[in-house]
Design a protein around this ligand. Structure first.
Ligand code: ADP
Ligand code: MG
Length: 398
């Protein structure tokens, strides 16, 4: 078993990297960095499951930069990620990390940009390429990039990449790169699809799991309400009124519940739509677009349907049911509190689900507060059980 390195000093890093870390004000490695950096520096393949915001970019960035051969003229590290934004962000972070490394060239290869501009950049022999899979393969086809000699392949946000249908591209890229390359896979979830890739290409890899620590989590005020099934809708309405909820995601465990809860919320007069497993890709894209644009402000979803969704301005998450998997709880509430904002999450716990909830609290070690239904009762809240009232509100929606 590899010993964890508890400080950057103990990791035997180069002066260039140490200076950059210092300049960026980074004194202590995060949990995933403590575990992944020594393994990757040891040329091991790594499967890391770690939630968003835990410092994964430098977990692979540091070992890659440490092992670059600055005299060689070929691409040595290839980092694949699902979106353009992410690719650009990784480029920026790695450039900052490599600010003191002379001759370092990092090239971003993303869709939606001119091919010839990227061809020119690739001609300058970058050591590191950060790419979305589709565009990378375009360049391979145009022979503007050769990835047959890379040392390290990183699959960043693997779950999201696979959700987005990049599996075929990833298989092609696996074939085009050396058999004995180092692979590092980073993923927030170990979905079925992610497991398939690890079985197929990463036998014998070391596995890392970062249990999200409070310090790694964004700031999210988490409330738990013990109530009965029939009280959920009115509790929801009261919270919506009293807790400044504007951009909301509500989670259920099954698609049937998603439908029922969506209807219930609609009857309360809110603008709401939903995602579940039976909704096709086209409709799903439309719904997400409408949600992003604010055409409606409450999105109800099942865990599976919510995969890969990235909306940065959610202020409130509701768990209409306690999730079936402990880590789903973290994924659900992790939809809020993004981009430095404080988020809030409300979990409805019926009597039958309270053991599940205890298990989640034990596993995740998150801080929660119990919110008493009575506290909500005291304040005025809309109780819309009357059809006429609902209709009126519907008209107001315009
Ligand atoms: P992830 O990929 O896991 O979502 P990132 O790698 O994007 O996370 O890092 C999240 C933020 O934490 C970034 O702003 C990054 O600069 C910062 N960060 C990374 N490592 C450290 C560290 N050791 N100390 C302090 N901040 C860090
Ligand atoms: Mg990341």
């Amino acid at each position: 078993m590899n010993e964890e390195c508890s400080s950057f000093e103990s990791m035997d890093l180069s002066d260039e990297i140490m200076r950059a870390l210092e300049k960026m004000g980074m004194t202590t490695p995060t949990s995933v960095q403590k575990q992944a950096i020594p393994l990757m520096m040891d040329n091991r393949c790594v499967i890391a499951k770690a939630p968003t915001g835990t410092g994964k970019t430098f977990a692979f960035g540091i070992p890659i930069l440490e092992y670059l051969n600055m005299d060689a003229k070929f691409v040595q590290a290839l980092i694949l990620c699902p979106t353009r934004e992410l690719a650009l962000q990784i480029c920026t972070e790695l450039r900052a990390l490599g600010a003191f490394i002379k001759g370092l060239k990092i090239c971003g290869i993303i869709g939606g940009q001119k091919m010839d501009k990227q061809v020119q950049m690739l001609r300058k022999n970058p050591q590191i390429v950060v790419a979305t899979p589709g565009r990378l393969l375009d360049h391979v086809q145009h022979k503007s990039i050769d990835i047959s000699d890379i040392y390290t392949l990183v699959l960043d946000e693997a779950d999201k990449m696979l959700d987005m249908g990049f599996i075929k591209d990833i298989r092609k890229i696996m074939k085009l790169t050396p058999k004995d390359k180092q692979i590092a896979m980073f993923s927030a979830t170990m979905s079925r699809e992610v497991m398939d890739i690890t079985w197929e290409y990463m036998e014998g890899a070391d596995e890392i799991e970062v249990a999200p620590k409070a310090e790694d989590m964004p700031k999210i005020d988490q409330y738990i309400l013990h109530l009965e099934e029939r009280e959920k809708m009115s509790a929801f309405a009261k919270i919506m009124e009293q807790y400044n909820c504007h951009r909301v995601m509500a989670f259920c465990n099954t698609k049937t519940r998603v439908r029922i809860v969506t209807e219930g919320i609609r009857k309360l007069g809110y603008k709401v739509d939903c995602l579940h497993g039976d909704i096709g890709q086209g409709a799903r894209n439309r719904i997400m677009e409408d949600f992003r644009r604010g055409k409606f402000n409450i999105l109800v979803a099942s865990d599976v349907a919510a995969r890969g969704i990235d909306v940065s301005d959610i202020d409130t998450v509701f768990n209409f049911e306690v999730p079936n998997e402990n880590e789903y709880y973290l994924h659900r509430i992790g939809r809020t509190g993004r981009a430095g904002r404080t988020g809030q999450a409300f979990t409805f716990v019926t009597y039958g689900q309270s053991i599940r909830m205890d298990d989640i609290l034990h596993y995740t070690k998150v801080q929660t507060r119990e919110l008493d239904l009575g506290e909500l009762e005291k304040a005025e809240a809309p109780v819309l059980d009357d059809a006429e009232q609902t209709e009126e509100l519907d008209l107001n929606e315009g």
